[in-house]
Design a protein. Structure first.
Length: 451
C-alpha cells in the first residue's frame, strides 16, 4: 500500500518521529526530492501543493488542499485524501469511506462524470486511489474492446512487389532506380491505426509502470494484446487535436477523457503536473464548488436559475479624472440563484471543517463574513439572502441556529452540505421557516432534516 496522508497532513522521512507524532513516513530519497522541489525558485506552482517547515527540529513537508496522487521519480506514489476523513468521533479512519466521498464529488467534474460507484466499484475502494483510477480507465477501455476497435483509412507509403494504389514517382526514382521490379506506392489502408486508438494504447503503456494490483495487471495485459496492431502515439498533443469521434463512437468518450488526464499529467482544474513526476491532483475548493453547483442545479425548480462564478461586479472603481476610471477587484461569488434575471440569493462554498460548538465565533472566519457582506452589497444591493456552505461532518451536521444579520434586509445563513453517494447529496436546511420557503423549499427533492 502506498503512504497515505490527509489534506494539511505532514510528511517526514524519520520513522520514529512519524510513529510518535502521527506523521506519514516516506523514503528519504522521495522526501529530499519533494523538499528540493518546494525550495526551487522555478517550482511551477509546486508550493501550492506542499510547503517545507521545521517542527521540534525535524524537517517536515505539509500537504496543502490538493487531493489525489503525487508521483515521485522513484516510481512510488503518495495518496492524498480529503481532510473530512479526520472527523470521526471514534478516532478510527476508514479510508474506503473517504475515497468514496472523493469519487462521488469528482463525478461533478467533466473528466470524471463517467465514474460509477456500483457494487464492484465499492469493493475497489479498498484499493489505493491510484488503483481505483486505473481500474476505471481499464474498464472503459475494455468496454471499447468488447465492441470492437474502430478502424479508419490511413495513408501508407511502401516499396511493394505489386503495384497498389498510386505510384509515387519521386519515391520510385529514389528507391528503385536499380530494383525495377519494385513499386514505391501510396495507398490508403483500413486499419486500427487511428489517433484515438494510439492515445488509448499510449495511456495504457503509461499506467503500466504504476499498476500494482493483480487484477488490473491481468486486464492491462489482455487489453494491450487487443491493441497489438496499434502503434504508440509519438505526439499525443497532435493526436488529441486530430481526434474525431464519428457516429457510433460515443462509447470512446469516457476512456478518452481518462487518456487525456493520464497523458497530460495534470489536474482537470488548475494544478499542472510536475516536470519530472506528473501528478494527478485536484484542488478541493474547486471540486466541492463544482459538486455543490451540479447538485443544486439539477434540483432547482422551474423559474430559478443557478449561475456560477458571476463576474458582473467590482469592489471599487478608481477615479483619476472625470473622464478616466478603472474598476478594481472583481467579486466572484461561487453561486447565485436568480429568478427572471433578478438575483435572489448569493451562496459561497467553503471547503473547511468548522465546529459550531466552539466558543470562539462558532469557529467561523471573519474574512468570510467580510467577503459575503461585499457580495450582498454589490449583487443584492444590500437586500436579500446570503448562504455560506460548508461540508457536513460529524461536528457540523445541522445548520447553525438562527441567522446572522448585516442589517434588517441583508441576512446570512450557515448551512452544511451532505455528500452522499447514489444521488443522496443535499443542502441541509433549517428546521424552522427562517429561510424564504419560496426560494429554498422550491428545490425539487425532499430535504432530510438533520438530527
Amino acid at each position: 500500500m502506498p503512504p497515505t496522508v490527509f489534506e494539511f497532513g505532514y510528511l517526514c522521512s524519520d520513522k520514529n518521529e512519524g510513529d510518535q507524532q502521527g506523521y506519514t513516513v516516506i523514503p528519504d530519497a522521495d522526501f529530499c526530492y519533494l523538499e528540493e522541489r518546494c525550495l526551487t525558485e522555478d517550482n511551477s506552482g509546486f508550493n501550492q501543493l506542499m510547503i517545507p517547515l521545521i517542527k521540534r527540529g525535524r524537517r517536515l513537508l505539509q500537504v496543502q488542499n490538493f487531493v489525489g496522487v503525487i508521483f515521485v521519480p522513484s516510481g512510488r506514489h503518495i495518496e492524498v485524501l480529503p481532510k473530512t476523513g479526520l472527523d470521526s468521533d471514534s478516532g478510527e479512519t476508514t479510508y474506503e469511506e473517504v475515497r468514496s466521498t472523493l469519487l462521488t464529488m469528482l463525478q461533478a467534474l467533466g473528466e470524471f462524470r463517467h465514474i460509477q460507484l456500483d457494487n464492484a466499484g465499492l469493493k475497489a475502494l479498498k484499493m489505493p486511489l491510484l488503483e481505483v483510477f486505473i481500474s476505471r480507465f481499464l474498464e472503459d477501455v475494455n468496454h471499447i474492446v468488447k465492441r470492437g476497435l474502430k478502424c479508419d483509412y490511413v495513408g501508407q507509403e511502401e516499396n511493394l512487389l505489386v503495384k497498389k494504389g498510386k505510384l509515387n514517382k519521386s519515391g520510385q526514382l529514389r528507391h528503385n532506380i536499380v530494383a525495377k521490379h519494385r513499386f514505391y506506392c501510396e495507398f490508403d489502408e483500413y486499419a486500427e491505426n487511428r489517433p484515438v486508438n494510439r492515445l488509448l494504447k499510449t495511456a495504457m503503456l503509461t499506467v503500466q509502470g504504476y499498476c500494482g494490483d493483480h487484477c488490473n495487471q491481468k486486464l492491462l495485459r489482455e487489453l494491450l494484446f487487443a491493441f497489438d496492431a496499434v502503434p504508440k502515439s509519438f505526439n499525443p498533443k497532435q493526436d488529441f487535436d486530430s481526434v474525431k469521434l464519428d457516429r457510433g463512437m460515443q462509447h470512446y468518450k469516457p476512456a478518452l477523457a481518462w487518456a487525456k488526464l493520464i497523458l497530460d499529467g495534470s489536474s482537470p482544474i488548475s494544478m499542472k503536473g510536475l516536470a519530472d513526476a506528473p501528478s494527478l491532483l485536484f484542488p478541493m475548493e474547486s471540486v466541492f464548488e463544482a459538486f455543490v453547483a451540479k447538485t443544486l442545479r439539477n434540483q432547482l425548480k422551474d423559474g430559478l436559475t443557478l449561475h456560477t462564478q458571476a463576474r458582473d461586479e467590482k469592489l471599487v472603481t478608481h477615479h483619476v479624472e472625470s473622464s478616466k476610471q478603472r474598476d478594481l477587484f472583481i467579486l466572484k461569488p461561487d453561486l447565485m440563484i436568480e429568478k427572471e434575471g433578478v438575483p435572489l440569493c448569493v451562496l459561497d462554498t467553503k471547503w473547511k471543517r468548522i465546529n459550531p460548538q466552539s466558543t470562539k465565533d462558532f469557529d467561523l472566519s471573519q474574512a468570510d463574513f467580510y467577503q459575503m457582506f461585499a457580495y450582498g452589497q454589490k449583487y443584492l444591493k444590500g437586500r436579500g439572502k446570503l448562504v455560506l456552505i460548508y461540508p457536513k461532518t460529524e461536528r457540523f451536521n445541522s445548520p447553525i441556529q438562527g441567522h446572522f444579520a448585516f442589517s434588517e434586509e441583508l441576512k446570512l445563513w450557515v448551512l452544511p452540505f451532505s455528500i452522499e453517494k447514489n444521488g443522496g447529496s443535499e443542502l441541509v436546511l433549517p428546521e424552522d421557516a427562517t429561510l424564504d420557503e419560496e426560494l429554498f423549499f422550491s428545490l425539487a427533492y425532499t430535504v432530510t432534516q438533520a438530527a
